[in-house]
Design a protein around this ligand. Structure first.
Ligand code: RNT
Ligand code: ZN
Length: 417
C-alpha cells in the first residue's frame, strides 16, 4: 500500500472517534520548534579550547563530531531535511560565536557580527533564531558566575549577559522574528552550603543589572531556566525553580521549564497549566531525564506525549518550544533527527487526540468512558498519518529516512578525521 492509501484507511478509523485528521495535520505543521545547535558537536562550541563544564556532560566517543562551523552547518541542514513542520528556529549558544581572520574576543566582548554567519544560515533555510548566553565551559565559570562572591568575576558575566541581549536583538532584527534569550547558569554547591541567601541575592542583583540595559522588548524575550541539581552541584543550585519563578513574575520575563530539571517523579507536563494562568507564555527545553542526567535524546514516550497534549490543549502559540539533548555515544545527526522527529510526532499525536471529547467526559466525571476512549486511541494507526504528514511536507517517512541518513554517514561524515 502507498502512503496515500494507508492514510485514507487510517483517516476513516480516526473519524470514527470524531477526529478531523486533515485539521490535525495542518495544526501540527504550524507549531514552531527551536532546534538547539549544540547536539552536533557535544556542546563544545567555537570559542574555547577547554572541556565542557558546569555540571553538564556529554559521554561517549562516536566518531564524526562536527569540528568547524562548516561541518556543523552541513549537519544542521541535513537534520532539517528530516524534520516536518513549517516554521522552525535554531537555538544558538554564545560559545558558538564565529571568529574570522584570527580574531578572538572573550565572552564579555562578543558582538552581533560574530553571529553573522548564523544569520546567513538561518535566512538561507527560512529559520528563526534564539539565543543563550554561555555561562559555562570557561575559566571564569569554575566558581560561580552571576552569583559569584568575586565581584570581578560577577562583573564579567553580567557584561556577557548584556552583550547577549545586543546579539539577541540583532538576531531578531535580521530574521524578522522575536528571539528568545534564555539564561541558565551552573552555579551551585556540591555540599551543604552555609549561606544560601547570599548567592541568590547576588544572582538577583546580576539579573537586575543585565535587564536594566535598554533592549527592544518586542524583539527580545528573556527567559530564566532553573535546575534542581547538577553534577558537582548536588546540594544546592542558586537558580532554583522557586527563585526563577518569582524572579520572572516580578520582572515580567519568562520562566523556562527544562523537562530534565526536576525530580524524576515530578510530572513536568502538570506544571504548564499553572504557569499559563499567570504568564502569557511559557518557555520549554524538551529533554529526557534518566536518573541523574537531564539531557538524553528525546524519545516518543509517555512523558513526551503528555507534554505535547498540554501544549496542544492550551494553545501552542503560548509556548516557546526549544529542544535540549546531547549524546556523543551514537551518531549525532541521527540522535538530533530522532529527537526532533519525536517532538513532531508527539505534537501530531496530541492533535490527533479527541481532546474536547475527553474533557467533556472528565467534566461529566465519566471516568469509565474516559479511560476506555484514551486506550482506544492508542491503537489507532498513528504511523500511517505520521508518514502522510512527513510526505506532505517533503520529508522522508519513518521507513525511509534512516537509509538516507546512512548514506550521509558513509559519504560525508566518515570522511571527517
Ligand atoms: C543544562 C541546561 C542548559 C544546557 C544548554 C546547553 O542542564 O539544560 O539549558 O543544556 O544551555
Ligand atoms: Zn536546558
Amino acid at each position: 500500500m502507498t502512503v496515500a492509501e494507508r492514510f485514507e484507511a487510517a483517516k476513516e478509523r480516526y473519524s470514527a472517534v470524531g477526529i478531523d485528521v486533515e485539521k490535525a495535520v495542518s495544526e501540527a505543521s504550524e507549531i514552531t520548534l527551536s532546534m538547539h545547535c549544540w547536539q552536533g558537536d557535544d556542546v563544545v562550541g567555537f570559542d574555547q579550547k577547554g572541556p565542557l563544564s558546569g555540571g553538564i556532560q556529554t559521554t561517549g566517543n562516536y566518531p564524526y563530531r562536527a569540528r568547524t562551523p562548516e561541518e556543523l552547518f552541513a549537519d544542521i541542514e541535513k537534520v532539517m531535511t528530516y524534520v516536518p513542520g513549517k516554521h522552525h528556529k535554531l537555538n544558538l549558544h554564545a560559545s558558538y560565536a564565529i571568529f574570522e581572520d584570527g580574531e578572538w574576543v572573550d565572552r564579555n566582548k562578543i558582538e552581533p557580527k560574530h553571529f553573522a554567519k548564523w544569520v546567513e544560515l538561518a535566512k538561507k533555510n527560512g529559520l528563526g533564531l534564539d539565543f543563550n548566553p554561555t555561562f559555562f565551559s570557561h575559566p571564569l565559570a569554575e566558581n560561580g558566575t552571576l552569583s559569584s562572591e568575586n565581584e570581578e568575576v560577577r562583573k564579567f558575566w553580567i557584561q556577557h549577559g548584556i552583550q547577549s541581549l545586543k546579539i539577541s536583538e540583532y538576531l531578531a532584527t535580521e530574521t524578522g522574528q522575536p528571539c528568545l534569550m534564555n539564561i541558565w547558569i551552573p552555579d551551585g554547591f556540591k555540599d551543604i552550603p552555609a549561606d544560601r541567601k547570599g548567592p541568590r541575592a547576588r544572582l538577583k542583583d546580576s539579573l537586575d543589572q543585565i535587564l536594566a540595559t535598554p533592549y527592544d522588548k518586542d524583539k527580545v524575550k528573556v527567559s530564566v531556566e532553573s535546575k534542581v541539581f547538577g553534577i558537582g552541584m548536588e546540594s544546592m543550585t542558586v537558580g532554583s525553580h522557586e527563585f526563577y519563578m518569582n524572579y520572572a513574575a516580578q520582572n515580567n520575563i519568562y520562566c523556562l521549564i527544562d523537562t530534565g530539571h526536576f525530580h524524576p517523579t515530578e510530572n513536568v507536563a502538570d506544571k504548564l497549566s499553572s504557569m499559563l494562568l499567570f504568564n502569557d507564555k511559557v518557555a520549554l527545553h524538551v529533554s529526557r531525564p534518566v536518573r541523574w542526567d537531564s539531557d538524553h535524546v528525546v524519545l516518543f514516550n509517555d512523558d513526551l506525549r503528555e507534554l505535547a497534549e498540554e501544549i496542544v490543549r492550551n494553545d501552542p502559540s503560548r509556548f516557546f518550544i526549544g529542544m535540549d539533548y546531547f549524546d556523543a555515544s551514537i551518531n549525532r545527526v541521527s540522535a538530533w533527527t530522532n529527537g526532533m522527529r519525536n517532538m513532531e510526532k508527539a505534537l501530531l499525536y496530541a492533535c490527533l487526540t479527541p481532546n474536547d471529547k475527553l474533557k467533556e467526559l472528565q467534566d461529566k466525571r465519566n471516568f469509565t468512558e474516559l479511560m476506555s476512549l484514551r486506550e482506544r486511541v492508542k491503537t489507532l494507526p498513528f504511523g500511517d498519518i505520521w508518514d502522510y504528514y512527513c510526505e506532505k511536507q517533503g520529508v522522508l517517512t519513518e521507513d525511509e529516512w534512516f537509509e538516507d541518513f546512512r548514506k550521509y554517514e558513509d559519504e560525508v561524515l566518515s570522511k571527517r578525521g
